[in-house]
Design a protein around this ligand. Structure first.
Ligand SMILES: Cc1ncc(COP(=O)(O)O)c(C=O)c1O
Length: 358
């Protein structure tokens, strides 16, 4: 089941126009080790790293660039902390559209190289991502510039690009379809909140008994605490998290996330960066799932829900593993250490080392 097979449920453009690389339809895999260790019988991972550019943002870019192509655009301006840029760059390359990206200051180099490989032109902007004032100024400036030069303008948030974000709703549809007839809770990592809002809308469109929780790093808690505390508005803050992809200090879709999650019975969880890195390593070693740090945030939220007594042992809980481990070299070094792979002289030394380790 890929993105376009749910076309009637998310307002997709006509399929014959689709700019597609086979996005969506990602695996929903049951936990074998971590779920039981947390006392959960039904813990699931939605593995989005299997998308063509390695993150769920391909669902966004496929929809957004299909619309740009239909609109006759020959250039696209966008913003990115890494994954949106790679996705927009790839789908623009496929559509023959030039792609210019304003990049957050701390984006990992691996993500930037991927964007350049697709031929996009990138410029990093100081304090973009961390400072809400800079984010607001860049967004307003880009919108004006796009209008002036006749380019498309794409940001992975409903408040800027609702047509592209509709494509992300398919993730919620796929989960709700797979777990139809059961009560389930989705744990979604959030920066600006567009992903969480899209998944909540997809789950709601499908109908059934799903709820969506919002999980944020302590250093980007624009939505989660407000949601848990019963407030109606997200709050901008200076972002201090080191989790790439979740450094979005301004509110963006935050108010709508609060309403949508609350409407489905969801709440907010706030987690430390160090806890996320520890779960990223455990996902790889104990489940064979290679995730970037942002993709391990949901699991940190599940751990907290269990500790708070907010997740029953037999409830179906789904973690959105939103991006591949290949995306963030720095976080891999944290997992594996800096030591180079040893080089031995011959097979005899190799087999002696294996025998000694067994
Ligand atoms: C891997 C990953 N997960 C989650 C998110 C969060 O998305 P949002 O800003 O829509 O909350 C992002 C955003 O860039 C991301 O790259």
């Amino acid at each position: 089941m890929n993105l376009w097979q749910h076309a009637d449920k998310w307002g997709a453009p006509p399929i014959e126009d689709a700019v597609t690389l086979g996005e969506g339809g990602t695996p929903l895999v049951r936990s074998r080790v971590i779920g039981p260790a947390l006392g959960l019988k039904n813990l699931w991972f939605k593995i989005e790293g299997g998308n063509p550019t390695g993150s769920y943002k391909d669902r966004f870019a496929a929809a957004a660039v299909t619309h740009l192509k239909r609109d006759g655009r020959v250039a696209c301006l966008g913003t990115s902390s890494g994954n949106t840029g790679a996705a927009l760059a790839a789908y623009c390359a496929r559509a023959g559209i030039r792609c210019f990206l304003a990049i957050v200051e701390g984006a990992p180099e691996g993500k930037l190289r991927q964007m350049r490989a697709y031929g996009a032109q990138l410029i990093r902007i100081k304090d973009f991502g961390a400072s809400p004032a800079v984010i607001d100024a860049v967004m307003a400036g880009l919108r004006g510039l796009a209008d002036e030069v006749g380019a498309g303008f794409e940001v992975s948030a409903f408040c800027f690009s609702p047509r592209g974000m509709a494509g992300v709703q398919t993730m919620g549809l796929e989960i709700a379809e797979a777990l139809a007839g059961q009560r389930f809770s989705v744990f979604s990592p959030a920066g600006g909140g567009g992903l969480t809002l899209a998944v909540a809308r997809g789950v709601k469109t499908w109908g059934g008994a799903g709820c969506v929780h919002c999980v944020q790093p302590v250093g980007n808690d624009t939505i989660a605490t407000a949601l848990r505390a019963g407030r109606h508005h997200a709050a901008a803050m200076r972002s201090t998290t080191a989790i790439s992809g979740l450094q979005v200090g301004s509110v963006l879709d935050g108010d709508e996330v609060i309403a949508a999650c609350r409407g489905l019975g969801g709440t907010g969880f706030v987690v430390a960066d160090e806890t996320v890195w520890a779960w990223q390593a455990r996902l790889a070693r104990e489940e064979g799932i290679f995730s970037e740090p942002a993709g391990a945030v949901a699991l940190a939220g599940v751990e907290q829900a269990v500790a708070r007594g907010e997740l029953a042992p037999d409830e179906h809980a789904v973690c959105l593993v939103t991006g591949s481990g290949f995306k963030d070299e720095r976080s891999l070094l944290r997992m594996t250490g800096e030591a180079p792979t040893p080089l031995v002289a011959d097979f005899g030394e190799f087999s002696a080392a294996v025998r000694a380790a067994l």
